[in-house]
Design a protein around this ligand. Sequence first.
Ligand SMILES: [Zn+2]
Length: 130
Amino acid sequence: MDDIETIAYTRGWRDYKKRRTIFLFSFVTWIPLCFVISYVANLLGIGDYIWLCVPLMLVWLVLEIRWSLWPCPRCGKQFAVRDGFFYGQSVLIASKCVHCGLWKTDLMRAERLAQKMAKPEHEAAVDDLH
Ligand SMILES: [Zn+2]
């Protein structure tokens, strides 16, 4: 793996993690947020605003699709989607790109390598001891 690949893989992997984190955050907060909105609306006497959950659910859905369509850092095609189908695997459990066969573990390794290269030499030497 050369430096250009390491940089591209690291950027791609960080993009994947960012999409995943944003989606999971929206997934976890969606239902509590709906209850809070409805509760506050009822407290203020302005009616039941539980219907606001529908647009929030659409936001959640868009974020899920955005994560699912994450492009592979090597080939640029969607990592887990081929011909518009997921072939029984979501991007969460897909271990390798359905187009070029790039493994997620290669992306994780590239990120660790990039972190190692970014550290000062004395810190990297300490990590090598472990
Ligand atoms: Zn690929």
